[in-house]
Design a protein around this ligand. Structure first.
Ligand SMILES: [Fe+2]
Length: 159
C-alpha cells in the first residue's frame, strides 16, 4: 500500500490515513490463510456476504465496468476490498475534501467507509483480484457526486 496526497504528491503516513478514517490491514494472500482474517473482520464490522471480483483484460466489458467507478461516488455501505493479486488505485476524499490516493496491491485490505466520496481506477497492469465484503449488497450501488468544487480530473456528473 502506498498513500499520497494527490495534489502535492506528498506521502501519507499510515497513522495519517487511519486518522482520516480509512481502515487498512495487511493479510496473507494464500488461499485458506486469509479466511481467518476475513472472518474476524466480518464479525467485528457486521459484514455478512463475501465474494471475489476478478478484473483483467479477459473480463468482458472491462472498460464499461471501470467507467462505473472512475467518477466520484459514495455508497451507503462500506467498500471493503482485500487484494489477492494485481493492483488498483482508490482516490478517497479526506475529511476536508482533498484527494488521498491509495495504491493497493496483493495483501492489502482497505475499507472505504460508507458515505465517503471516492473513485477507483485500475493501474496500467489492468488487473486486480479482490475479496469483497458486504453488509448489504443493495448498499453498494454507486451514488455519484452531483457537483464538487476542486474536483480536478473528476468528469461530468452522472446520476
Ligand atoms: Fe465505490
Amino acid at each position: 500500500m502506498r498513500a499520497t496526497w494527490l495534489e502535492s504528491e506528498k506521502p501519507m503516513a499510515m497513522s495519517e490515513l487511519l486518522a482520516q478514517g480509512v481502515h487498512y490491514e495487511q493479510w496473507p494472500t494464500k488461499e485458506g490463510a486469509y479466511q481467518t482474517c476475513v472472518d474476524v473482520l466480518m464479525e467485528a464490522r457486521g459484514y455478512v456476504e463475501q465474494d471475489i471480483i476478478d478484473l483483467s483484460e479477459a473480463t468482458p466489458g472491462l472498460d464499461a465496468l471501470c467507467e462505473r467507478f472512475i467518477d466520484e461516488h459514495l455508497h451507503s455501505d462500506d467498500e471493503v476490498r482485500f487484494v489477492l493479486a494485481g493492483e488498483g488505485i482508490f482516490d478517497i476524499r479526506s475529511t476536508d475534501d482533498r484527494w488521498m490516493r491509495v495504491l493497493v496491491e496483493a495483501g492489502d485490505l482497505i475499507v472505504v467507509a460508507a458515505k465517503r466520496h471516492h473513485r477507483f481506477l485500475l493501474t496500467d497492469q489492468r488487473r486486480i483480484r479482490c475479496v469483497r465484503l458486504f453488509k448489504d449488497r443493495s448498499g453498494w450501488v454507486p451514488e455519484y457526486r452531483r457537483c464538487s468544487e476542486d474536483t480536478g480530473s473528476v468528469s461530468a456528473v452522472r446520476v
